[in-house]
Design a protein around this ligand. Structure first.
Ligand SMILES: [Zn+2]
Ligand SMILES: [Zn+2]
Length: 283
């Protein structure tokens, strides 16, 4: 009670075993991807004090199982529309859902008070993979969790955002010495695979927009990365470009990450079941 209501983003889980992000604003909350099981995403929402019945829409980035696993069941159980591109809908063995919403690359869609503009990123799903620029009342969010390379289009679109959710999948060294088969390593490190810590660092050094206040590192590999290494690589890149003002949040596979509040520019404690905010960290 009495809290200032701002736009809040929380990665409920991220990694090759399942991705889901909660976006809360003035209207009903939105889920970006439901790649966790229905049961798990529901459990994590409830741990945030959010009833699954409150969710107003599910928005899908691409038709890989780690982004879609629980989406159809969630949609049916809670009467929530699922927004996808027509080609992703065609290749997704599309289960029954409560309703479809359509996304088109380059065209804005207003969803629950957020203006989503999808664009294509470089990744190997059967249909296109989407990144988003999400305009909110508290600034713009850039969102791209599965990206083989940082394309010129992504650089341009992310430049004026306040918050970026972006992949930091693997350490190139750990991938190289890790247990995966050669072909799998080539797929991951390829231009339509997943973004390395080092490639993200290069983006941070060369192209990070002045308005960016926070980076949420997403889709970390549990085999070929270590959260502390991903964070340190990003932090060094921020330091090298004189951007110590930018906060880093590392998302995890097995638990809900810290909430980023764009309205207050704070990173709030993970479980906000009451209105007490302990340890509020100003930017
Ligand atoms: Zn993918
Ligand atoms: Zn993925």
């Amino acid at each position: 009670m009495g809290d200032v209501i701002g736009v809040r983003l929380t990665v409920l889980g991220s990694g090759s075993a399942g991705n889901a992000t909660l976006l809360q604003g003035l209207a009903r909350p939105v889920l970006i991807d439901v790649g966790l099981s229905y049961r798990e995403v529901t459990r994590r929402l409830v741990s945030m004090g959010v009833s699954p019945d409150e969710i107003g829409a599910v928005v899908i980035t691409h038709a890989h199982g780690d982004h879609t696993r629980g989406a159809a069941l969630f949609s049916r159980k809670h009467g929530v529309p699922v927004y996808v591109t027509p080609s992703t809908r065609a290749v997704w063995n599309a289960p029954n859902v409560a309703g479809w919403g359509s996304l088109t690359c380059g065209e804005a869609s207003d969803i629950c008070g957020f203006r989503f503009t999808p664009f294509e990123v470089s990744h190997d799903a059967a249909a296109e993979t989407l990144g988003f620029v999400i305009k909110t009342v508290d600034g713009a969010i850039g969102y791209a969790t599965d990206v083989g390379v940082v394309t010129p289009s992504l650089r341009t679109r992310f430049r004026d955002c306040s918050l970026l959710v972006i992949e930091s999948n693997h350490s190139t060294d750990l991938l190289e010495v890790g247990p995966y088969a050669r072909a799998t390593k080539a797929r991951i490190s390829g231009s339509r695979g997943h973004l390395s810590n080092e490639s993200l660092a290069e983006f941070v050094r060369e192209d990070l927009g002045r308005s960016v206040r926070c980076l949420v590192l997403a889709h970390l590999s549990r085999v070929n990365n270590v959260p502390e290494i991903a964070e340190m690589t990003c932090r060094e890149a921020l330091h090298a470009s004189g951007r110590e003002d930018v906060r880093i949040v590392v998302s995890r596979q097995d638990r809900v990450a810290e909430t980023v509040d764009l309205g207050l520019w704070v990173v709030a404690p993970r479980h906000r079941l009451d209105s007490d905010r302990q340890a509020v960290l100003p930017f």
